[in-house]
Design a protein around this ligand. Structure first.
Ligand code: MN
Length: 261
């Protein structure tokens, strides 16, 4: 059974696909993996194919007013990035309200609405003027954050991973291909909680554009097809509790609706 067959079988059965390591280990030693591990995927609007998620990169403090509310200087200091595990994606279909479990250990659980770029090509040291060639499409996503844990770990100069990189910390809509929606360099980005407007900004207020983010990221990591990039959140992040409904919107993409349960 080759990888293509595994992928199509997984897609048809709705089970996700088998991890790439199955192919890699077979290539290395002829053996197959001891058990199957689902490959996280996202639907692609207008296509029967699924987008396989390889890595989730996130940029920090990419809107000046949000950088200030986080207590840092937004004067175009170099961008910084962190990752979430690829299986942190929680797909939410447009027209539905996804049920998102309130995670353990936190008492201050925050929303961050973000534009997400999805890559179908990779590279190292990609110049900004070529960076958008790597983009397959875009989605709307939430970089959910256990703010109390993130802050506590930061205060102790420890990795803030537990605040950012936990299970289902990335609710996200489907991928819209560039051929259909173009690139997003400006346009409204908003988040409402229980119908009340909380975050309200424009994508053009990003400190580092998507192209610049890709270029900078590719200096630190070899980017590969399947990588997705959360491009940062505007100001006025805040808490949610069970029962709250978050509704995120980016001009040109369908509403992302998520209820905390
Ligand atoms: Mn974020």
């Amino acid at each position: 059974m080759d990888r293509r067959h595994l992928i199509s079988t997984g897609a048809v059965m709705g089970l996700g696909t088998v991890a790439g390591c199955a192919t890699d280990s077979r290539a290395a030693g002829g053996a197959k993996t001891a058990f199957d591990v689902p490959q996280p995927t996202l639907p692609v609007v207008g296509s029967a194919e699924l987008f396989p998620v390889r890595r989730i990169y996130c940029i920090g403090r990419n809107y000046a007013a949000h950088a200030r509310e986080m207590g840092s200087d937004p004067n175009r200091e170099p961008p910084f990035f962190f990752q979430k595990p690829s299986d942190a994606v929680q797909f939410v279909a447009p027209g539905s309200t996804g049920e998102h479990p309130y995670p353990p250990l936190t008492k201050n659980y925050h929303y961050e609405i973000e534009l997400v770029a999805a890559l179908h090509r990779g590279g190292r040291n990609v110049p900004p003027e070529q960076a958008l060639d790597l983009v397959y499409g875009y989605a709307i996503g939430l970089d959910m954050t256990r703010r109390d844990l993130q802050r506590a770990m930061g205060d102790e100069k420890k990795p803030w991973e537990i605040g950012k990189s936990f299970d289902r910390s990335a609710p996200i809509g489907p991928i819209h291909r560039v051929a259909q929606v173009g690139h997003f360099t400006q346009g409204s980005i908003t988040l409402k909680v229980n119908g009340q407007l909380k975050q309200n900004a424009d994508l053009k207020q990003m400190i580092w554009s998507v192209a610049e983010q890709i270029s900078k990221l590719s200096q630190a990591f070899e980017l590969k097809p399947g990588d997705i990039i959360f491009s940062g959140t505007p100001e006025n992040v805040g808490p949610v509790v069970p029962g709250d409904v978050m509704q995120g919107e980016i001009a040109g993409l369908p509403l992302l609706s998520v209820r905390v349960v």
